[in-house]
Design a protein around this ligand. Structure first.
Ligand SMILES: C[S@@+](CC[C@H](N)C(=O)[O-])C[C@H]1O[C@@H](n2cnc3c(N)ncnc32)[C@H](O)[C@@H]1O
Length: 216
């Protein structure tokens, strides 16, 4: 069966990520403390299952694996082949003990049941995945794969208030370089929050970034 061509938006996202993949890990080094914070906020326990949606080169995989251990499970969703290859290599080289399922598709096409069966995940992380957060369908699929009460953490860029122009210059530069959809940067978590019970958002990096936590 032929796979349908991805939409122009997804083709643009794939092309952008393929371009960034070789230098991506270096670019994201300054983000490491926020990543550690986001993973800690998931409050994962050994044996749990976590979705890493828009997993990129797998920079979150070591932290997620350390939290859920060898009895847990990670489902990594990433449509860009180049990024996904690096994620798999990281897991191999780091000898991550957690079983990892890789779904090499966009969140809008992710078939979680193909790897989880009838089980559902305990948590999901959306780390710097603005394009995914603007997608009703991508979120709907992810939420259908989560248990009631599952924990969600998201982090990424957001416009700072207008009286912080330097922060907004930073957001503009970083966003132009890293995301396809520039809309929604005033409140990137809007669609996510509308599906959650008790989302709490805090700003980071002089208001140019945010971290959200809450439950399904
Ligand atoms: C800025 S990177 C973040 C990667 C990773 N979460 C991290 O923390 O390093 C954004 C990732 O989202 C992926 N992405 C873009 N659109 C997507 C979609 N519709 N579904 C799933 N992933 C998507 C990109 O391919 C890219 O790898």
């Amino acid at each position: 069966m032929n796979t349908p061509d991805p939409s122009p938006g997804r083709q643009a996202a794939n092309a952008l990520c393929a371009r960034r993949a070789p230098v991506y890990d270096y670019e994201l080094m300054p983000v490491a403390p926020l990543r550690r914070e986001a993973i800690a906020l998931l409050d994962l326990q050994p044996g749990q299952t976590v979705l890493d949606i828009g997993a990129g080169t797998g920079l979150s995989l070591p932290g997620l694996s350390a939290a859920v251990g060898r009895t847990g499970r990670i489902v990594a969703v990433e449509p860009c082949d180049t990024m996904m290859r690096q994620a798999k290599q990281r897991a191999r080289v780091d000898h991550l003990p957690t079983p990892i399922d890789y779904l090499g598709v966009a969140a809008e096409d992710a078939d979680y049941a193909s790897v989880l069966g009838t089980r559902r995940a305990d948590a999901a992380i959306f780390f710097f995945t603005h394009d995914v957060l603007q997608s009703e369908e991508g979120l709907q699929r992810a939420f259908a794969a989560l248990k009631p009460g599952a924990r969600i953490v998201a982090a990424g860029l957001a416009w700072a208030p207008p009286w912080m122009p330097m922060s907004n210059l930073f957001v503009l530069g970083a966003a132009m370089h890293s995301i396809v959809r520039m809309d929604g940067l005033d409140c990137p978590w809007r669609l996510l929050e509308s599906r959650m019970k008790n989302a709490e958002v805090e700003r980071r990096w002089l208001a140019s970034a945010y971290v959200l936590k809450g439950h399904v």
